[in-house]
Design a protein around this ligand. Sequence first.
Ligand code: F6P
Length: 744
Amino acid sequence: MRLSLRFVLPLLVALGIVAYATAHLVDRLTLRCFMRDLDIRSSLIANTVHDPLEERLAAGRKGKIGEFFTRISQDERLYAVGYCASATAEITGSNTLPADIRCGDLTRWEGREDGLLQSPLGPLQIAIKPMVTDLAPDGRLVLVHDLSFIARRSEETNRYVFYFFLALAALISLITVIIAQLSWRGWMAGIQALLRGDGLVRQPALASQMTPPEFRPIAGDLQRLIRELESEARSRDESQITWTADSLRAILRGELRGEDVIVVSNREPYIHQHRGDRIEVQRPASGLVTAMEPIMRACSGTWIAHGSGSADREVVDARDHVGVPPEKPAYQIRRLWLTAEEEAGYYYGFANEGLWPLCHIAHVRPTFRSSDWAQYQAVNRKFADAVVEEARTPNPIVLVQDYHFALLPRMIRERLPDATIITFWHIPWPNPESFAICPWREEVVSGLLGSSILGFHTQFHCNNFVDTVDRFLEARVDRESFTVSLGGRLTAVHRYPISIDWPPAQEMIAVPMPQCRNDLRRSNDLPAGHRLGIGVDRLDYTKGILERFAAIERLLDVHPEWVGRFSFVQIAAPTRSGIGEYQHHEAQVRALATRINMRFERHGPPPIILKVEHHEPADVYAYFRAADLCFVSSLHDGMNLVAKEFIAARDDDRGVLILSQFTGAARELPEALIVNPYDADQCAAALHLALTMPDSEQRDRMRLMRGLIAEFNVYRWAGRMLLDAASMRRRDRILGSSTSPNVL
Ligand code: F6P
C-alpha cells in the first residue's frame, strides 16, 4: 500500500495542479470569446438602431429615445442602452442605465472589447459605438451588456472540468497502482533470483538469457555483494584464532544482535531422576548433549526437549521450565511431556527402528510402520507448537537437532516464516538407493528443506543428501553453492564437523594422572603396571562393540604376552532398551565378554571389564586419563565425540587412539591408528602397536590431535553456523521482505 501511495500521491498533486490551471485557462478563453461576441453584437445593435434613433433625434423627440432604449434593452443580455450627442451633452438612456456612465467619461471604454464596469448585479460590459448623424456628428451609442451569465457558464465549466479530472485521476491511479504492483513484484522476483544465484550471479554462461534486462546493470554489483557476504563469514571464521564461549557470545551479540536462540532436541541435557527419596541430576551419554550444552551455556536461550526423567515434572515451574546447570543456571530447559504411545511410535519406532538403522550401515534392517509415522508427525507438530510458544520474536534462531525432527523445520517455517532454522543431522546420511527404503522419503526430505541451513558432519553426507533430493523431489539443486531450492526457498546444505568443549572444564581434568591410574586399578582389582584400554559408548549395535571384543580376543591369540597383562574396560551406557534389537545386542555383548573372559580366566585379571551402566562425564574422563589406549570401533558414526573427548582428557600428551575408519572423526584425526573394525587382525595389530608405541611417538601424535581439537572446537562448530545464519539474516534484511529466500 505504501508503495502504491508513493506513486499515486505525486500523480494526484500533479493532476490537481493541471486541473486548476485548465479551469483558469478555460475561464479566461471563454470570457474573451464572449466579450468578442458581445462586441460584435454591440456593433450590430448600433447599426440597427441608427436609423430609428436618427429619426427620433430629427423629430426632436428626445423623451421617446429613452422609451425606445428601454424597450430594446428588454433582451436577456442587453442590460441598458444610452446615447450621448457629444462629450458635453447629458446622456439619454434606458431606465436601467447605470448612473456611473456619463458622456464626458466615455473615453474610458471606447475602442476596447473588454470594457468592464462592476455593478451590484455583477460585471457589465460597456461598448461605445459611434452614432454619426447629421445633427450630431460626434454622437456615441452606449451599449451595456450583462455579463453575469458568463459567471454562471464559467461555474458550470469548472464543475465539468473538476469531474473530468476526478474521473481521469481515478483511472490513472488505478492503472498506476496495478502497473506499480506488477513491476515491483517482477523486480523483487528478479533481484531475489539474482541473489539466489540465478542468472548472472552463478551461471555466467546463461547470463544474457536469464537476467532480466532491467537488472543487467546491477547484476555485477549484486554478485559482488553476495561474494562479500560469503567471504565475510569465512574470513571471520578464519581470523578467529581461538574459539571460546566468549567469542560465541560476541557473535550472538554483534552479528546476530543478541537474538532469540531456541534449541530443540529429543534428549535433554539434564535429567532429574528419583534415587531413593532424593532427586539426582543426570547428564545423559549423548554426543549431541556434549556438543550443545556448552553452546547453550554461552548463548542462554531456551532448550526444548522431551522430559524423560522420573523426577522431571517435580522440578519445573508452571510453564514447564527449569533453569540449568543446576549449580549455576545459565539457560532454560522447556520440557515437553510425551505419552507412552507417543514415545513408542516417535522415538523407539520411527526414529530408532526406522531412521537410525536406515542411516547407519550396520546391517540392521530398518522397520517402518505407519502407526510410528503417525506418532512421529504428531510429536514433531507438538515440538513445533512449543517453538512458537517459546519464540520471543517473529524471527528467532532455531537450532533443530537430529533425526528425531526431520519434519520440524518445515512445520516451524509454516508458523514462523522469518525464523532462521539451522538443522543439524548428527548421524550419517545414506546414498539415495538406501534412503529409498523409507516409505515417507519425500516427506522426510521436504521437511528438512524447511531449514535455512542443513548441516552434516562430512561433505560425503552433504553429497548423499543432495543426491537424495535430486532423486526424489522436484527441487532445484545448485551443486556449486550447495543449495537446494524448493518452493522458492533455499536451504544451504553445508558441512560443519561437530566437536567438543575446549579447553575441557577444569573439574574434568582436576585429578592428576597417576592418581587416576591408581584409583582405577584399585577399584577394578588390577595389579600395578597392568595395561589398560578404554571404550565408552552407548550400548548400540552401530558402535562395533562386538567387533572390538573380537579384536581383543585376536590380540590375545596373536600376542599371548598380553594375556593377564592387559584389560579393556568397556563402559556401555544402556540405551533404547525398549527396542528388541538393542536387547538382543546387549545380550550378545554380555555373552561375548563372558566367553572371552572365561577363555583367559586362569591367567589373571579378565581381559574385558564390561560396565553396563550410566557414568557421569567426570568419571568417564577419569577412565580416559588412566588408560593406555582408547578404542573407537564404530561400524558407522556421524562423528564420534568419544574419540575427541579421549584426546581432550590427555593433557599429559600420552595415550593412543585407535579409531574406526567409518567415523566422521577419522577424517579429522589421521594421527590416530585408523582401522577397519570388521578386520579383527588389523585391529589386533593396532592394539599391539598402541601397547608398544614409544612415549615420544604417542606424544607427537597426541599433540597434533590436541592442536586440531583446540582449533576446531565446539564453539567453532556453532560459531560457523551462527555466522552463516547472520549472513543469511543480513541478506534477508537487504531484500527487506519476509518472503525473501535464504541464501548463504
Ligand atoms: O548419534 C545420534 C544421537 O542422537 C546423538 O546425537 C546422541 O549422542 C545419541 O544419538 C543419543 O541417543 P539417545 O538420545 O537415543 O540415547
